[in-house]
Ligand binder design. Structure first.
Ligand SMILES: Nc1nc2c(ncn2[C@@H]2O[C@H](COP(=O)(O)OP(=O)(O)OP(=O)(O)O)[C@@H](O)[C@H]2O)c(=O)[nH]1
Ligand SMILES: [Mg+2]
Length: 233
């Protein structure tokens, strides 16, 4: 389990408590990437007894995850599962999310609040999730309903294939979907619950800037994978 956490001292402890130690026959190791910040997130992770990597400065969720993927692969992980440190995902759904990987029916699984239960009430954000899913599906020929959900599971080979080509330091979710689809990896989704943030504000900007940034990532990544000469880009 890989968790990027930026100033989440209030939320991370409860998230870690819910992470199962086993998923079926598989042993679960947890790595928290503490993405700079000035609160006690690092101490919360260390006290929970999980692997903890503390970045000296804030690099952004995408950059923190990139390094986290590398560390998980170096550790010998067969599957890597990410989720948010703010309590929006439910770690006890781990078995559901990796099941298609274990069954060799998928290489990349994305949680979906739209197929599952969305406990949040921000209509604008919910509409954004639908609109961006449509745009992303149109360019990737997928049928993903919640492309920005941070609860995701990867087969290690897929990560090894795409990590060197990821560029987005903050808004990484769409970039990963486009890269995985471009490689022809099997992408499936699983229903998950989506809670409101346990405490604190979203660390990302408000809806409008979030939306613009998301559109920028979709646009630039799509252009990159489509027009670059190097087919792996
Ligand atoms: N925003 C932000 N999150 C980071 C950063 N580094 C790591 N994270 C973690 O990334 C996860 C998602 O961040 P959020 O700010 O909740 O963003 P989000 O879930 O995409 O958007 P919301 O729906 O507004 O909460 C959390 O676990 C953060 O702690 C960073 O630099 N900025
Ligand atoms: Mg969040």
């Amino acid at each position: 389990m890989l968790i990027a956490a930026y100033e989440e001292e209030e939320n991370l402890g409860d998230v870690l408590k819910e992470v199962p130690t086993m998923a079926g026959d598989l042993e679960v190791s947890t790595l928290v990437m503490v993405d700079g910040g000035s609160d006690g997130t690092d101490q919360v992770a260390i006290d929970a007894g999980v692997f903890t990597c503390v970045l000296p400065v804030n690099l952004g969720q995408g950059a923190a995850l990139r390094l986290g993927y590398e560390l998980a692969l170096a550790h010998g992980a067969r599957f890597v599962v990410t989720l948010d440190a703010d309590g929006q995902n439910d770690p006890s759904e781990l078995s559901t999310i990796i099941e298609p990987l274990v069954a060799d029916e998928a290489d990349f699984v994305i949680g979906s609040r739209r197929l599952g239960v969305d406990r949040t009430t921000d209509r604008f954000r919910q509409a954004g999730v639908r609109v961006y899913a449509r745009i992303l599906n149109a360019i990737t020929h997928q049928e993903i309903t919640d492309s920005s959900n941070g609860f995701r599971a990867f087969r290690a080979e897929l990560l090894r294939d795409i990590v060197p080509y990821l560029r987005q330091d903050q808004y990484q979710t769409a970039e990963v979907v486009i890269a995985a689809a471009h490689r022809g990896w099997r992408i499936v989704q699983r229903p998950t619950i989506w809670h409101p943030r346990a405490s604190g504000q979203s660390k990302k900007s408000g809806n409008f800037i979030f939306g613009l940034q998301y559109a920028r990532v979709i646009g630039t990544t799509w252009l990159r994978v489509t027009f670059r000469r190097d087919p792996r880009n």
